[in-house]
Design a protein around this ligand. Structure first.
Ligand code: NAD
Length: 299
């Protein structure tokens, strides 16, 4: 069993670290917020006093932090992970961040002789608790091979997406598809209402026709057709609009920096921003159907 440093014990990192404790590892957790440390201790984990304390002597160091600036700081500060890591330690960043920062930090780790992968996740807090996350992994073949067994104790699908940063690239491309497709499905339900076509009828037809997609058949934005979708519980997330905004803006930044044409992704980001500003921030992202119906009606 390994000694693992785990930094960032929030909504996602907390349960992920606990799954590693359950798998029998010694997990030294650290978070700026003492409540995360308390939950980690209560589940049998060890508390660290600092980032360096969590990192020193660890075989593997995992981070689950809010955004790129936190990852940059936690890895590259003079008292950060890269400075404190033991020779041969494996570094795994599971946060969702911009591709450029992921590549910079991986390069700094490589310069210090350390293997690193970016391994952002999908599956949300339910997947984090149930150890059923999907990991999209960027890094060398050797680093991926070392990370795979550790990630398998927190998730069930682990995909090697290519070199450093490609895990983040896969994550933001996937979530741009999701943001665009959820708006498309929502627009179809709003139009169907105007045309006198039942939600259930549209669902039954489109779910077996060419409109079929995950936003329709697994996460249907109107109540009824898919009982497990957030639409049936007043759009309690699930995956919040604020999180969708974060990922769409990361995709737009990447598109701008790399000269990619993403007009639908750009429009999706504008619409989610409008929904977010109109009070949708804490709602599930599928609640955009209500914003479209109420705020964008044609005269
Ligand atoms: P969170 O805010 O609940 O947790 C982040 C934790 O990092 C907090 O506890 C915070 O105190 C800690 N932290 C910040 N800076 C730190 C530092 N310098 N040292 C130590 N700890 C520090 O966020 P979350 O929901 O767990 O999300 C984490 C990441 O996972 C984000 O990048 C998010 O985009 C991604 N993600 C979240 C979900 C989800 O459903 N919540 C799904 C997929 C991906």
């Amino acid at each position: 069993m390994a000694t693992i440093g785990f930094i960032g014990l929030g909504n996602m990192g907390g349960p992920m670290a606990i799954n590693l404790v359950k798998a029998g590892h010694q997990v030294k957790g650290y978070d700026l917020d003492p409540s995360g440390l308390e939950r980690h201790g209560a589940a049998g984990g060890t508390g660290a006093q600092s980032i360096a304390d969590a990192t020193r002597g660890a075989d593997v160091v995992i981070t689950m932090l809010p955004a790129g600036q936190h990852v940059q700081q936690v890895y590259t500060a003079s008292d950060g992970i890269i400075a404190a890591a033991a020779a041969g330690a494996l570094l795994i960043d599971c946060s969702t961040i911009d591709v450029a920062t992921a590549r910079e930090v991986a390069s700094a780790a490589g310069g210090a002789g350390l293997h690193m992968v970016d391994a952002p996740v999908s599956g949300g807090t339910v997947g984090a608790e149930a150890a059923t996350l999907t990991f999209m992994v960027g890094g060398s073949d050797e680093a991926f091979a070392a990370a795979q067994p550790v990630l398998a104790q927190m998730g069930k699908t682990i995909v090697h997406a290519g070199g450093a940063g490609n895990g983040q690239a896969a994550k933001i491309c996937n979530n741009m598809i999701l943001g665009v497709s959820m708006i498309g499905v929502s627009e179809a339900f709003v139009l169907a209402e105007k045309l006198g076509l039942d939600h259930q009828k549209l669902f039954d037809i489109s779910s077996t026709a060419s409109g079929q997609c995950w936003s329709l058949t697994t996460y249907c934005p109107v109540p009824g057709p898919v009982p497990t979708s957030p639409a049936n519980r007043d759009y309690v997330p699930g995956f919040s609009t604020a999180m969708m905004m974060k990922d769409l803006l990361l995709a737009q930044d990447a598109a701008t920096s790399n000269g990619a044409a993403t007009p639908m992704g750009e429009r999706a980001a504008e619409l989610y921003q409008a929904f977010n500003d109109a009070g949708g921030s804490g709602k599930d992202f599928s609640g955009i159907v209500n914003y479209l119906r109420s705020n964008m009606e044609k005269p």
